[in-house]
Write a new protein. Structure first.
Lengths: 279, 234
């Protein structure tokens, strides 16, 4: 009995001191987002601007799009900020979110071995479209790594494979197609060490430090545009959702000010995110 | 080799610059793991000692289970705690997911079996020596447990350190329940995972060196205090 009391007391003190010094004084919302927005440094640039103006802390949980959607479905976030329009609309249709707005876009690129002897074995650099680039990789049986998780990037890659080969390469167990089952960064690390091709968003690629012999071999296809959307988690479904605060953040990011901040963000002097919210 | 040189210089540069963000991350790591060790010790030490002393049906099964739980995969613990603390889970109303408290809970679950099982092991050895003495004196069970723990205190320090090592080094559980949120739930191990995913391998390894130094510091401090205590009371 005494022990149980002690345990409670201590966990109480621990809980209070810990949450006390980081959150109790501050208002915050949780945003479920993707690794690309976190790893690229975009949020590090955007959020202080927002927080200093509105005094609202934004806590970003950066995971793959699929996982972010599941986090939001369970009500563990107030706002969802991801990049797979089809899943986003399904999320809203199922009643988990209210309203979906375009925020910005970036694009995907194909990176692969671009230096030295093994220079672009599939010759994707000479192809005209992303579909023929994928076909060229399949025809030359060059190693291609894909994330194999439920992320927006993986879904995009699968849809390109579907168009190029009329099937997912994983379905017939080919050796050159390898699903890593991990995030974009980990997949790039693997591609870098195997000199493999992979599809990545440009922002993560630009900020990636372990490129090895990889470089961008194919880019600029309309199919490779990557649209980001923002959705408020439905307060009718999850009572605790901080609706007012969520609106403040969403309205800011869609405002002229928020959109300009996105356009002003530079990664290695390059603009990687392009604001395109509807006025 | 150059990779490792780069990692070490990254580590030294980080320590020398003493960035406030690094101090924050290190501080949070220590805070979370030390509280988890404290809670796990409060549960694990008496539990382990009681298992060593008392004989009851199913005791052997319990000991085996406890030993097996030392190998609890952190990711699984993380998932279970996530599902419990999630807004859609049984304790969702507390709003603890993605907070340091959630990380403490996960680490406590992870290391309590380690502390309890190792305590059971070392206390049982002691109990085999003292059993006759205690029963001839007619010491009540509760006092027996306390006396054994007290007598065994110097070797239990290592047990507690083993728990601390596991808590401060694991990444799977705290990543899931903490969410690796900047300035809120970002600790050493999740930072290392994040920097690795950015391809900053030298920086990641450099942070690993700092984490190792931290473990070394805690262990050295425990060792010195323990030695001093043995000299005085031993």
């Amino acid at each position: 009995m005494k022990l149980a009391a002690k345990f409670f007391l201590i966990s109480l003190i621990a809980g209070v001191t810990l949450t006390g010094n980081v959150s109790a004084a501050e208002r915050f919302i949780v945003v479920a987002s993707t690794t690309s927005t976190v790893n690229s440094g975009l949020f590090d640039y955007l959020l202080p601007k927002f927080t200093s103006k509105h005094g609202l802390q934004i806590r970003v949980v950066g995971v793959g799009t699929g996982q972010a959607i599941r986090v939001a479905r369970r009500g563990d976030a107030d706002v969802l900020f991801v990049h797979h329009k089809k899943s986003e609309l399904a999320f809203v249709r199922a009643g988990f979110g209210v309203g979906r707005s375009d925020v910005m876009f970036n694009d995907f690129v194909i990176v692969g071995p671009g230096k030295g002897k093994g220079n672009d074995p599939a010759k994707v650099g000479q192809t005209e479209s992303v579909i023929s680039a994928y076909k060229a990789i399949a025809n030359s049986k060059s190693i291609f790594t894909s994330r194999g998780d439920d992320s927006g990037t993986h879904k995009k890659s699968l849809s390109i494979w579907q168009t190029a080969l009329k099937m997912a390469p994983s379905s017939n167990g080919v050796k050159w197609y390898r699903e890593t089952g991990s995030g974009m960064g980990a997949t790039l690390n693997i591609a870098s060490s195997m000199n493999a091709y992979t599809l990545t968003d440009r922002a993560t690629w630009e900020n990636f430090k372990n490129k090895g012999e990889l470089k961008i071999l194919f880019e600029h296809d309309p199919l490779l545009q990557n649209q980001y959307g923002i959705i408020k988690v439905n307060p009718a479904r999850h009572k605790h959702v901080k609706s007012k605060e969520a609106n403040t953040f969403i309205n800011w990011i869609l405002s002229t000010e928020g959109q300009a901040a996105i356009n002003n963000y530079r990664l290695n002097t390059k603009q990687v995110f392009f604001a395109n919210a509807k006025k | 080799m150059s990779d490792f040189n780069e990692a070490f210089s990254a580590a030294f540069a980080l320590i020398l610059s003493f960035e406030s963000s690094l101090a924050e991350i290190v501080g949070l790591s220590l805070q979370i793991s030390l509280i988890a060790v404290l809670l796990a010790s409060l549960i694990g030490l008496p539990l382990g000692a009681a298992l060593a002393v008392f004989r009851f049906p199913g005791r052997t099964t319990l000991v085996v289970i406890l030993n097996a739980l030392m190998g609890l995969p952190p990711v699984v613990v993380g998932l279970i705690v996530y599902l419990i603390l999630s807004r859609s889970g049984p304790l969702g109303t507390l709003g603890l997911l993605f907070t340091p408290t959630a990380m403490i809970i996960a680490q406590t679950i992870l290391i309590t079996p380690i502390i309890a099982a190792l305590t059971r092991q070392s206390t049982e050895t002691l109990w085999n020596e003292y059993a006759e003495q205690f029963s001839s004196l007619g010491t009540p069970p509760k006092e027996t447990v306390i006396a054994l723990l007290w007598d065994n205190r110097f070797s239990l320090v290592t047990t507690i350190l083993a728990g601390f090592g596991r808590a401060s080094a694991e990444v799977g559980a705290v990543m899931i329940v903490g969410g690796n949120i900047d300035h809120v739930t970002r600790v050493m191990t999740t930072t290392i995972a994040l920097e690795t995913s950015k391809g900053n391998l030298a920086l990641a390894l450099g942070l690993g060196v700092i984490l190792l130094c931290l473990a070394l510091g805690v262990n050295a401090a425990a060792f010195i205090i323990n030695e001093a205590a043995i000299k005085r009371h031993g």
